[in-house]
Design a protein around this ligand. Structure first.
Ligand SMILES: Cc1cc2nc3c(=O)[nH]c(=O)nc-3n(C[C@H](O)[C@H](O)[C@H](O)COP(=O)(O)OP(=O)(O)OC[C@H]3O[C@@H](n4cnc5c(N)ncnc54)[C@H](O)[C@@H]3O)c2cc1C
Ligand SMILES: NC(=O)c1ccc[n+]([C@@H]2O[C@H](COP(=O)([O-])OP(=O)(O)OC[C@H]3O[C@@H](n4cnc5c(N)ncnc54)[C@H](O)[C@@H]3O)[C@@H](O)[C@H]2O)c1
Length: 447
Protein backbone atom coordinates (compact mmCIF):
# COMPACT_ATOMS: atom_id res chain seq x y z
CA UNK A 1 0.00 0.00 0.00
CA UNK A 2 1.19 3.56 -0.76
CA UNK A 3 -0.32 4.96 2.46
CA UNK A 4 -1.60 3.80 5.77
CA UNK A 5 -4.22 6.58 5.76
CA UNK A 6 -5.25 8.60 2.71
CA UNK A 7 -7.51 11.62 3.10
CA UNK A 8 -9.62 13.07 0.31
CA UNK A 9 -9.92 16.81 0.99
CA UNK A 10 -7.57 18.96 3.06
CA UNK A 11 -9.94 21.00 5.25
CA UNK A 12 -10.52 21.02 8.99
CA UNK A 13 -11.84 17.46 8.86
CA UNK A 14 -8.47 16.34 7.51
CA UNK A 15 -5.53 18.32 8.83
CA UNK A 16 -6.46 18.43 12.51
CA UNK A 17 -6.02 14.65 12.64
CA UNK A 18 -3.69 14.02 9.69
CA UNK A 19 -0.89 16.20 11.07
CA UNK A 20 -0.59 14.48 14.49
CA UNK A 21 -1.05 11.12 12.77
CA UNK A 22 1.88 11.78 10.41
CA UNK A 23 3.97 13.18 13.26
CA UNK A 24 3.37 9.90 15.10
CA UNK A 25 5.06 8.11 12.20
CA UNK A 26 1.99 6.95 10.25
CA UNK A 27 2.30 7.14 6.42
CA UNK A 28 -0.32 9.73 5.44
CA UNK A 29 -1.40 11.16 2.10
CA UNK A 30 -3.77 14.07 1.45
CA UNK A 31 -5.50 14.74 -1.87
CA UNK A 32 -6.84 18.24 -2.55
CA UNK A 33 -8.46 19.40 -5.76
CA UNK A 34 -8.67 23.07 -4.89
CA UNK A 35 -7.20 25.16 -2.06
CA UNK A 36 -5.30 23.49 0.77
CA UNK A 37 -6.94 24.08 4.15
CA UNK A 38 -10.44 23.79 2.70
CA UNK A 39 -13.43 26.11 2.86
CA UNK A 40 -12.98 27.59 6.35
CA UNK A 41 -9.44 28.83 5.70
CA UNK A 42 -9.91 30.01 2.11
CA UNK A 43 -13.54 30.89 1.44
CA UNK A 44 -15.51 30.56 4.66
CA UNK A 45 -15.13 31.48 8.31
CA UNK A 46 -11.78 33.27 8.08
CA UNK A 47 -12.58 35.52 5.12
CA UNK A 48 -16.03 36.26 6.55
CA UNK A 49 -14.69 37.30 9.96
CA UNK A 50 -12.22 39.71 8.33
CA UNK A 51 -15.05 41.45 6.45
CA UNK A 52 -17.19 41.42 9.60
CA UNK A 53 -14.58 42.97 11.94
CA UNK A 54 -15.00 46.63 10.93
CA UNK A 55 -18.78 46.23 11.08
CA UNK A 56 -18.51 45.18 14.71
CA UNK A 57 -16.01 47.94 15.51
CA UNK A 58 -18.16 50.62 13.89
CA UNK A 59 -21.25 49.45 15.81
CA UNK A 60 -19.33 49.70 19.06
CA UNK A 61 -17.95 53.12 18.14
CA UNK A 62 -21.47 54.32 17.24
CA UNK A 63 -22.68 53.33 20.72
CA UNK A 64 -19.90 55.44 22.29
CA UNK A 65 -20.76 58.70 20.47
CA UNK A 66 -20.88 61.50 23.03
CA UNK A 67 -19.40 59.12 25.60
CA UNK A 68 -15.75 59.78 24.89
CA UNK A 69 -15.74 59.18 21.15
CA UNK A 70 -16.63 61.72 18.47
CA UNK A 71 -17.10 60.59 14.87
CA UNK A 72 -17.88 57.31 13.22
CA UNK A 73 -15.31 55.98 10.72
CA UNK A 74 -16.50 54.93 7.26
CA UNK A 75 -15.92 51.43 5.99
CA UNK A 76 -13.66 51.42 2.95
CA UNK A 77 -14.65 48.24 1.11
CA UNK A 78 -11.72 48.29 -1.33
CA UNK A 79 -9.18 48.55 1.50
CA UNK A 80 -11.04 45.95 3.54
CA UNK A 81 -11.05 43.56 0.59
CA UNK A 82 -7.32 44.15 0.05
CA UNK A 83 -6.76 43.37 3.75
CA UNK A 84 -8.83 40.21 3.36
CA UNK A 85 -6.79 39.11 0.32
CA UNK A 86 -3.53 39.83 2.17
CA UNK A 87 -4.54 37.47 4.98
CA UNK A 88 -6.42 34.84 3.00
CA UNK A 89 -4.43 34.37 -0.24
CA UNK A 90 -1.44 32.81 1.62
CA UNK A 91 -3.74 30.34 3.42
CA UNK A 92 -3.62 27.86 0.52
CA UNK A 93 0.19 27.82 0.70
CA UNK A 94 0.22 27.60 4.53
CA UNK A 95 -2.40 24.84 4.39
CA UNK A 96 -0.16 22.76 2.12
CA UNK A 97 3.04 23.59 3.99
CA UNK A 98 1.50 22.47 7.29
CA UNK A 99 0.97 19.02 5.75
CA UNK A 100 4.38 18.88 4.08
CA UNK A 101 6.12 19.92 7.31
CA UNK A 102 4.43 17.01 9.09
CA UNK A 103 5.81 14.57 6.51
CA UNK A 104 2.50 14.12 4.65
CA UNK A 105 2.49 13.44 0.90
CA UNK A 106 0.25 15.98 -0.83
CA UNK A 107 -1.44 15.10 -4.10
CA UNK A 108 -3.14 17.89 -6.03
CA UNK A 109 -6.16 16.96 -8.12
CA UNK A 110 -9.63 15.45 -7.92
CA UNK A 111 -9.85 11.99 -6.36
CA UNK A 112 -12.21 9.26 -7.50
CA UNK A 113 -12.52 5.78 -6.02
CA UNK A 114 -11.39 2.78 -8.05
CA UNK A 115 -12.03 0.28 -5.26
CA UNK A 116 -12.18 0.34 -1.44
CA UNK A 117 -8.38 0.76 -1.15
CA UNK A 118 -7.55 2.64 -4.35
CA UNK A 119 -8.26 6.12 -5.65
CA UNK A 120 -7.24 7.71 -8.91
CA UNK A 121 -6.01 11.30 -9.27
CA UNK A 122 -4.99 12.74 -12.64
CA UNK A 123 -4.78 9.21 -14.05
CA UNK A 124 -2.48 7.92 -11.32
CA UNK A 125 -3.65 5.35 -8.78
CA UNK A 126 -2.86 5.53 -5.04
CA UNK A 127 -3.55 2.74 -2.54
CA UNK A 128 -4.18 2.92 1.20
CA UNK A 129 -5.27 0.73 4.13
CA UNK A 130 -7.78 3.34 5.19
CA UNK A 131 -9.35 6.16 3.21
CA UNK A 132 -11.09 9.13 4.84
CA UNK A 133 -13.65 11.04 2.82
CA UNK A 134 -13.44 14.65 4.02
CA UNK A 135 -14.70 16.35 0.89
CA UNK A 136 -17.00 18.95 2.51
CA UNK A 137 -19.78 20.88 0.80
CA UNK A 138 -20.17 23.30 -2.11
CA UNK A 139 -22.78 26.04 -2.57
CA UNK A 140 -26.22 24.87 -3.62
CA UNK A 141 -27.63 26.68 -6.65
CA UNK A 142 -31.37 27.15 -7.14
CA UNK A 143 -32.28 25.29 -10.30
CA UNK A 144 -34.37 27.98 -12.01
CA UNK A 145 -34.11 29.82 -15.33
CA UNK A 146 -31.53 32.60 -15.01
CA UNK A 147 -29.61 30.94 -12.17
CA UNK A 148 -26.34 31.74 -13.97
CA UNK A 149 -26.92 35.39 -13.02
CA UNK A 150 -26.63 34.49 -9.32
CA UNK A 151 -23.57 34.61 -7.07
CA UNK A 152 -22.58 32.45 -4.11
CA UNK A 153 -20.75 32.99 -0.81
CA UNK A 154 -17.34 32.52 -2.45
CA UNK A 155 -18.10 35.29 -4.96
CA UNK A 156 -19.30 37.64 -2.22
CA UNK A 157 -16.17 37.08 -0.13
CA UNK A 158 -14.07 38.40 -3.03
CA UNK A 159 -16.43 41.10 -4.27
CA UNK A 160 -14.29 43.98 -5.63
CA UNK A 161 -17.06 46.56 -5.59
CA UNK A 162 -20.27 46.49 -3.59
CA UNK A 163 -23.52 46.73 -5.57
CA UNK A 164 -26.08 49.39 -4.71
CA UNK A 165 -28.85 46.84 -4.25
CA UNK A 166 -28.30 43.22 -3.22
CA UNK A 167 -30.97 40.53 -3.00
CA UNK A 168 -30.24 37.50 -0.88
CA UNK A 169 -32.09 34.22 -1.28
CA UNK A 170 -32.17 32.12 1.93
CA UNK A 171 -32.46 32.91 5.61
CA UNK A 172 -29.77 31.01 7.44
CA UNK A 173 -26.12 31.64 8.44
CA UNK A 174 -24.69 32.79 5.12
CA UNK A 175 -27.76 34.86 4.18
CA UNK A 176 -28.00 36.77 7.45
CA UNK A 177 -24.27 37.19 8.11
CA UNK A 178 -23.75 38.59 4.60
CA UNK A 179 -26.88 40.75 4.87
CA UNK A 180 -25.35 42.19 8.06
CA UNK A 181 -22.05 43.00 6.34
CA UNK A 182 -23.54 44.40 3.12
CA UNK A 183 -26.16 46.49 4.87
CA UNK A 184 -23.62 47.98 7.30
CA UNK A 185 -21.58 49.00 4.23
CA UNK A 186 -24.52 50.96 2.84
CA UNK A 187 -25.93 48.40 0.41
CA UNK A 188 -29.72 48.24 0.07
CA UNK A 189 -30.43 44.61 1.03
CA UNK A 190 -33.47 42.34 0.51
CA UNK A 191 -33.66 38.93 2.16
CA UNK A 192 -36.11 36.58 0.44
CA UNK A 193 -37.07 33.41 2.31
CA UNK A 194 -39.24 30.41 1.46
CA UNK A 195 -40.71 30.32 4.97
CA UNK A 196 -41.41 33.01 7.51
CA UNK A 197 -38.45 32.42 9.82
CA UNK A 198 -34.77 33.22 9.63
CA UNK A 199 -31.99 31.60 11.67
CA UNK A 200 -34.26 28.78 12.81
CA UNK A 201 -31.56 27.15 14.91
CA UNK A 202 -31.25 30.19 17.22
CA UNK A 203 -33.62 31.46 19.96
CA UNK A 204 -36.71 33.01 18.35
CA UNK A 205 -36.75 35.98 20.74
CA UNK A 206 -33.11 36.92 19.98
CA UNK A 207 -33.56 36.40 16.26
CA UNK A 208 -36.58 38.74 16.36
CA UNK A 209 -34.39 41.47 17.89
CA UNK A 210 -31.64 40.99 15.30
CA UNK A 211 -34.24 41.10 12.54
CA UNK A 212 -35.74 44.30 13.95
CA UNK A 213 -32.27 45.89 14.04
CA UNK A 214 -31.57 44.89 10.44
CA UNK A 215 -34.97 46.27 9.38
CA UNK A 216 -34.19 49.55 11.12
CA UNK A 217 -31.00 49.68 9.10
CA UNK A 218 -33.05 49.29 5.91
CA UNK A 219 -32.91 45.54 5.25
CA UNK A 220 -36.17 44.36 3.70
CA UNK A 221 -37.40 40.87 4.58
CA UNK A 222 -39.66 39.16 2.06
CA UNK A 223 -40.97 35.94 3.68
CA UNK A 224 -42.97 33.04 2.21
CA UNK A 225 -41.72 33.72 -1.27
CA UNK A 226 -40.50 31.31 -3.95
CA UNK A 227 -38.47 32.84 -6.75
CA UNK A 228 -39.20 31.12 -10.07
CA UNK A 229 -36.93 32.87 -12.55
CA UNK A 230 -34.32 35.54 -13.15
CA UNK A 231 -33.39 37.49 -16.26
CA UNK A 232 -31.16 40.38 -17.25
CA UNK A 233 -32.93 43.73 -17.39
CA UNK A 234 -30.32 46.13 -18.76
CA UNK A 235 -27.69 46.48 -16.04
CA UNK A 236 -30.07 44.95 -13.51
CA UNK A 237 -31.54 41.52 -12.77
CA UNK A 238 -35.28 40.94 -12.77
CA UNK A 239 -36.47 38.31 -10.30
CA UNK A 240 -39.95 36.87 -10.65
CA UNK A 241 -41.73 34.75 -8.09
CA UNK A 242 -45.06 33.35 -7.05
CA UNK A 243 -48.21 35.55 -6.81
CA UNK A 244 -46.81 37.79 -9.59
CA UNK A 245 -44.00 38.98 -7.38
CA UNK A 246 -41.22 40.83 -9.19
CA UNK A 247 -38.19 42.79 -8.16
CA UNK A 248 -35.21 44.34 -9.92
CA UNK A 249 -31.85 44.28 -8.25
CA UNK A 250 -28.13 44.70 -8.98
CA UNK A 251 -26.80 41.50 -7.42
CA UNK A 252 -28.35 38.21 -6.34
CA UNK A 253 -26.67 36.13 -3.64
CA UNK A 254 -27.93 32.56 -3.69
CA UNK A 255 -27.55 31.52 -0.03
CA UNK A 256 -29.88 28.54 -0.22
CA UNK A 257 -27.47 26.17 1.49
CA UNK A 258 -24.60 23.86 0.66
CA UNK A 259 -24.55 20.39 -0.89
CA UNK A 260 -22.09 17.49 -0.48
CA UNK A 261 -19.24 16.89 -2.93
CA UNK A 262 -19.57 13.10 -2.70
CA UNK A 263 -21.37 12.88 -6.06
CA UNK A 264 -17.94 13.25 -7.71
CA UNK A 265 -16.28 10.31 -5.95
CA UNK A 266 -17.68 7.31 -7.87
CA UNK A 267 -19.19 5.98 -4.61
CA UNK A 268 -21.88 3.94 -6.35
CA UNK A 269 -19.25 1.65 -7.85
CA UNK A 270 -18.23 0.69 -4.29
CA UNK A 271 -21.69 0.72 -2.73
CA UNK A 272 -20.80 3.38 -0.13
CA UNK A 273 -24.10 4.56 1.38
CA UNK A 274 -25.01 8.24 1.26
CA UNK A 275 -28.02 10.57 1.37
CA UNK A 276 -28.51 14.00 -0.14
CA UNK A 277 -27.07 15.42 3.12
CA UNK A 278 -23.85 13.42 3.09
CA UNK A 279 -22.08 10.11 3.61
CA UNK A 280 -23.73 7.68 6.02
CA UNK A 281 -21.36 6.61 8.84
CA UNK A 282 -21.65 4.54 11.99
CA UNK A 283 -20.66 5.85 15.41
CA UNK A 284 -17.02 5.11 14.61
CA UNK A 285 -17.28 7.39 11.54
CA UNK A 286 -16.86 4.32 9.32
CA UNK A 287 -19.00 3.93 6.21
CA UNK A 288 -20.75 0.67 5.33
CA UNK A 289 -17.60 -0.28 3.37
CA UNK A 290 -14.86 -1.41 5.82
CA UNK A 291 -11.74 0.76 5.70
CA UNK A 292 -13.57 3.80 4.29
CA UNK A 293 -14.33 6.52 6.83
CA UNK A 294 -15.81 10.02 6.56
CA UNK A 295 -15.45 13.20 8.61
CA UNK A 296 -16.59 16.83 8.72
CA UNK A 297 -19.20 18.46 6.54
CA UNK A 298 -19.10 15.45 4.19
CA UNK A 299 -21.08 13.35 6.71
CA UNK A 300 -24.85 13.15 7.00
CA UNK A 301 -25.01 14.05 10.69
CA UNK A 302 -27.26 15.58 13.31
CA UNK A 303 -24.48 17.68 14.83
CA UNK A 304 -24.01 21.09 13.17
CA UNK A 305 -21.72 21.23 10.16
CA UNK A 306 -19.12 23.59 11.60
CA UNK A 307 -15.36 23.93 11.76
CA UNK A 308 -15.07 22.80 15.41
CA UNK A 309 -17.17 19.67 14.80
CA UNK A 310 -15.13 18.81 11.68
CA UNK A 311 -11.90 19.27 13.67
CA UNK A 312 -13.27 17.14 16.53
CA UNK A 313 -14.13 14.30 14.16
CA UNK A 314 -10.70 14.54 12.53
CA UNK A 315 -8.93 14.26 15.90
CA UNK A 316 -11.26 11.40 16.88
CA UNK A 317 -10.32 9.40 13.76
CA UNK A 318 -6.59 10.07 14.22
CA UNK A 319 -6.75 8.79 17.82
CA UNK A 320 -8.62 5.72 16.56
CA UNK A 321 -6.05 5.08 13.80
CA UNK A 322 -3.24 5.42 16.37
CA UNK A 323 -4.97 2.81 18.52
CA UNK A 324 -5.53 5.36 21.29
CA UNK A 325 -9.32 5.28 21.24
CA UNK A 326 -11.59 2.40 20.34
CA UNK A 327 -14.75 3.99 21.70
CA UNK A 328 -17.62 5.23 19.52
CA UNK A 329 -17.52 8.98 18.91
CA UNK A 330 -19.03 10.92 21.76
CA UNK A 331 -19.57 14.58 20.99
CA UNK A 332 -19.13 17.05 23.82
CA UNK A 333 -21.58 19.90 24.23
CA UNK A 334 -21.52 21.99 21.02
CA UNK A 335 -21.60 25.77 20.85
CA UNK A 336 -22.46 27.87 17.81
CA UNK A 337 -22.64 31.49 16.84
CA UNK A 338 -24.07 33.62 14.08
CA UNK A 339 -22.03 36.72 13.31
CA UNK A 340 -24.81 39.25 13.23
CA UNK A 341 -24.34 42.61 14.89
CA UNK A 342 -24.76 41.97 17.82
CA UNK A 343 -24.01 38.25 17.68
CA UNK A 344 -26.20 35.39 18.84
CA UNK A 345 -24.33 32.48 20.41
CA UNK A 346 -25.64 29.41 22.16
CA UNK A 347 -24.56 26.14 23.72
CA UNK A 348 -26.29 23.02 25.00
CA UNK A 349 -30.07 22.73 25.42
CA UNK A 350 -31.79 25.19 23.08
CA UNK A 351 -33.59 28.13 24.69
CA UNK A 352 -36.83 27.58 22.76
CA UNK A 353 -36.91 23.93 23.86
CA UNK A 354 -36.23 24.87 27.49
CA UNK A 355 -38.99 27.51 27.48
CA UNK A 356 -41.42 24.96 26.06
CA UNK A 357 -40.62 22.50 28.88
CA UNK A 358 -40.93 24.43 32.15
CA UNK A 359 -41.31 21.25 34.22
CA UNK A 360 -37.91 20.10 33.09
CA UNK A 361 -35.94 23.33 32.81
CA UNK A 362 -35.55 26.47 34.84
CA UNK A 363 -34.65 29.37 32.55
CA UNK A 364 -33.00 32.43 34.02
CA UNK A 365 -33.28 35.36 31.59
CA UNK A 366 -31.14 38.40 32.12
CA UNK A 367 -31.07 41.80 30.45
CA UNK A 368 -27.68 43.51 30.59
CA UNK A 369 -29.30 46.93 30.18
CA UNK A 370 -28.92 47.75 33.86
CA UNK A 371 -25.42 46.35 34.14
CA UNK A 372 -22.80 49.08 34.69
CA UNK A 373 -19.98 47.01 33.10
CA UNK A 374 -21.93 46.48 29.86
CA UNK A 375 -22.82 50.17 30.00
CA UNK A 376 -19.10 51.06 29.84
CA UNK A 377 -19.55 50.55 26.06
CA UNK A 378 -23.17 51.74 26.24
CA UNK A 379 -24.27 48.33 25.03
CA UNK A 380 -28.05 48.15 25.15
CA UNK A 381 -30.38 45.39 24.04
CA UNK A 382 -28.05 42.62 25.21
CA UNK A 383 -29.52 39.50 26.80
CA UNK A 384 -28.41 36.24 28.38
CA UNK A 385 -30.42 33.10 29.11
CA UNK A 386 -29.15 30.37 31.39
CA UNK A 387 -30.88 27.00 31.38
CA UNK A 388 -30.79 24.74 34.43
CA UNK A 389 -32.00 21.15 34.57
CA UNK A 390 -34.45 20.86 37.46
CA UNK A 391 -34.32 17.09 37.24
CA UNK A 392 -30.52 16.92 37.51
CA UNK A 393 -29.57 18.82 40.61
CA UNK A 394 -29.94 22.22 38.95
CA UNK A 395 -27.11 21.59 36.51
CA UNK A 396 -26.37 24.26 33.93
CA UNK A 397 -27.32 22.54 30.64
CA UNK A 398 -27.64 25.39 28.18
CA UNK A 399 -27.13 29.09 27.53
CA UNK A 400 -27.77 31.65 24.84
CA UNK A 401 -26.66 35.26 24.53
CA UNK A 402 -27.42 38.16 22.25
CA UNK A 403 -24.61 40.70 22.55
CA UNK A 404 -21.31 41.89 21.11
CA UNK A 405 -19.63 39.64 23.68
CA UNK A 406 -21.82 36.57 23.05
CA UNK A 407 -18.88 34.47 21.80
CA UNK A 408 -16.87 35.17 24.97
CA UNK A 409 -19.76 34.54 27.35
CA UNK A 410 -20.77 31.30 25.68
CA UNK A 411 -17.17 30.07 25.44
CA UNK A 412 -16.84 30.73 29.19
CA UNK A 413 -19.89 28.57 29.82
CA UNK A 414 -18.89 25.64 27.55
CA UNK A 415 -16.68 23.87 30.13
CA UNK A 416 -19.23 24.43 32.92
CA UNK A 417 -21.90 22.66 30.90
CA UNK A 418 -19.53 19.95 29.71
CA UNK A 419 -18.39 19.34 33.29
CA UNK A 420 -21.98 19.30 34.54
CA UNK A 421 -21.58 22.15 37.01
CA UNK A 422 -24.55 22.99 39.18
CA UNK A 423 -25.88 26.42 40.00
CA UNK A 424 -24.24 26.10 43.40
CA UNK A 425 -20.82 25.25 41.95
CA UNK A 426 -21.03 28.16 39.51
CA UNK A 427 -21.46 30.55 42.40
CA UNK A 428 -18.32 29.13 43.92
CA UNK A 429 -15.81 30.59 41.43
CA UNK A 430 -13.72 33.75 41.74
CA UNK A 431 -13.07 35.77 38.57
CA UNK A 432 -11.00 38.78 37.62
CA UNK A 433 -12.88 42.03 38.21
CA UNK A 434 -14.11 43.88 36.23
CA UNK A 435 -14.64 41.42 33.41
CA UNK A 436 -17.31 39.81 31.26
CA UNK A 437 -17.07 36.62 33.32
CA UNK A 438 -17.47 38.43 36.64
CA UNK A 439 -20.52 40.22 35.25
CA UNK A 440 -21.92 36.90 34.08
CA UNK A 441 -21.48 35.31 37.49
CA UNK A 442 -23.22 38.19 39.26
CA UNK A 443 -26.19 37.53 37.00
CA UNK A 444 -26.46 33.91 38.14
CA UNK A 445 -29.38 33.33 40.43
CA UNK A 446 -28.08 32.38 43.86
CA UNK A 447 -29.09 29.01 45.27
C1 LIG B 1 -19.22 31.46 4.00
C2 LIG B 1 -19.01 30.45 5.10
C3 LIG B 1 -18.77 30.89 6.38
C4 LIG B 1 -18.59 29.97 7.41
N1 LIG B 1 -18.39 30.44 8.68
C5 LIG B 1 -18.20 29.57 9.68
C6 LIG B 1 -17.93 30.03 11.00
O1 LIG B 1 -17.91 31.24 11.27
N2 LIG B 1 -17.74 29.11 11.97
C7 LIG B 1 -17.77 27.76 11.72
O2 LIG B 1 -17.58 26.96 12.65
N3 LIG B 1 -18.03 27.29 10.47
C8 LIG B 1 -18.23 28.15 9.46
N4 LIG B 1 -18.45 27.68 8.18
C9 LIG B 1 -18.48 26.21 7.97
C10 LIG B 1 -17.04 25.64 7.85
O3 LIG B 1 -16.35 26.32 6.82
C11 LIG B 1 -17.12 24.15 7.55
O4 LIG B 1 -17.88 23.51 8.55
C12 LIG B 1 -15.73 23.52 7.48
O5 LIG B 1 -14.96 24.14 6.48
C13 LIG B 1 -15.84 22.01 7.20
O6 LIG B 1 -14.56 21.46 7.00
P1 LIG B 1 -14.37 20.12 6.14
O7 LIG B 1 -12.92 19.79 6.22
O8 LIG B 1 -15.35 19.11 6.55
O9 LIG B 1 -14.75 20.51 4.66
P2 LIG B 1 -14.12 21.62 3.65
O10 LIG B 1 -13.48 22.76 4.37
O11 LIG B 1 -15.22 21.92 2.71
O12 LIG B 1 -12.96 20.82 2.91
C14 LIG B 1 -13.21 19.85 1.95
C15 LIG B 1 -12.11 19.89 0.92
O13 LIG B 1 -12.25 18.76 0.07
C16 LIG B 1 -11.87 19.12 -1.24
N5 LIG B 1 -12.46 18.13 -2.15
C17 LIG B 1 -13.78 17.89 -2.39
N6 LIG B 1 -13.93 16.87 -3.25
C18 LIG B 1 -12.69 16.44 -3.58
C19 LIG B 1 -12.18 15.42 -4.42
N7 LIG B 1 -12.99 14.58 -5.09
N8 LIG B 1 -10.83 15.28 -4.52
C20 LIG B 1 -9.98 16.09 -3.84
N9 LIG B 1 -10.41 17.07 -3.02
C21 LIG B 1 -11.74 17.24 -2.88
C22 LIG B 1 -12.42 20.52 -1.39
O14 LIG B 1 -11.73 21.23 -2.40
C23 LIG B 1 -12.16 21.12 0.01
O15 LIG B 1 -10.95 21.80 0.06
C24 LIG B 1 -18.63 28.58 7.13
C25 LIG B 1 -18.85 28.13 5.82
C26 LIG B 1 -19.03 29.06 4.82
C27 LIG B 1 -19.28 28.58 3.41
N1 LIG C 1 -21.37 31.30 11.86
C1 LIG C 1 -21.24 30.05 11.40
O1 LIG C 1 -20.92 29.13 12.13
C2 LIG C 1 -21.52 29.77 9.96
C3 LIG C 1 -21.57 30.79 9.03
C4 LIG C 1 -21.81 30.48 7.71
C5 LIG C 1 -22.02 29.17 7.32
N2 LIG C 1 -21.95 28.19 8.26
C6 LIG C 1 -22.17 26.78 7.86
O2 LIG C 1 -22.18 26.69 6.46
C7 LIG C 1 -23.23 25.86 6.01
C8 LIG C 1 -24.08 26.59 5.03
O3 LIG C 1 -24.82 27.65 5.61
P1 LIG C 1 -25.98 28.30 4.76
O4 LIG C 1 -26.51 29.45 5.51
O5 LIG C 1 -25.51 28.52 3.37
O6 LIG C 1 -26.99 27.10 4.61
P2 LIG C 1 -28.11 26.45 5.53
O7 LIG C 1 -28.26 25.08 5.06
O8 LIG C 1 -27.85 26.71 6.97
O9 LIG C 1 -29.42 27.30 5.13
C9 LIG C 1 -29.92 27.31 3.84
C10 LIG C 1 -31.05 28.35 3.72
O10 LIG C 1 -31.57 28.32 2.40
C11 LIG C 1 -32.97 28.05 2.42
N3 LIG C 1 -33.29 27.23 1.25
C12 LIG C 1 -32.86 25.97 1.00
N4 LIG C 1 -33.35 25.54 -0.18
C13 LIG C 1 -34.08 26.55 -0.70
C14 LIG C 1 -34.84 26.72 -1.88
N5 LIG C 1 -34.93 25.76 -2.79
N6 LIG C 1 -35.44 27.92 -2.08
C15 LIG C 1 -35.34 28.91 -1.16
N7 LIG C 1 -34.65 28.80 -0.02
C16 LIG C 1 -34.04 27.64 0.21
C17 LIG C 1 -33.21 27.34 3.75
O11 LIG C 1 -34.55 27.50 4.15
C18 LIG C 1 -32.21 28.09 4.66
O12 LIG C 1 -32.73 29.33 5.08
C19 LIG C 1 -23.96 25.36 7.24
O13 LIG C 1 -23.48 24.07 7.51
C20 LIG C 1 -23.55 26.31 8.32
O14 LIG C 1 -23.45 25.64 9.57
C21 LIG C 1 -21.72 28.46 9.56
Amino acid sequence: MDFSVLYIGSGQATWNGAVPLAKAGVKVGVIEESQYGGVCSNKGCNAKIILDKPIELVERIKAMQGRGLDGVPKINWADLMAHKHELIVPQDHHGKQRLVDAGITTITGRAEFVNAHTVVVNGQEYTADKIVIATGLRPHRLNIPGKELFHDSTDFLSLAQLPKHMTILGGSFVAIEFATIASACGVKVDVITRGDRILRQFPAQYVALVKADLKKQGVRFIPNMTINSAQSAGQEILLEGMHEFSLTTDYVLDATGRIPNHDRLNLDALGVAYTDKGIVVDDNLQTNVPGIYAAGDAIDKKTPKLTPTAAFESRYLAAKFMGKNNQPIHYPVISEIVFTSPRIAQVGVALDEALANPDHYDVSQVSYDGDWFRQVENENGAYLSLIFDKQANDQLVGAAELSHEADNTINTLVPYIQMKMTREALNDLIYVFPSIEYTLQRRLPLV
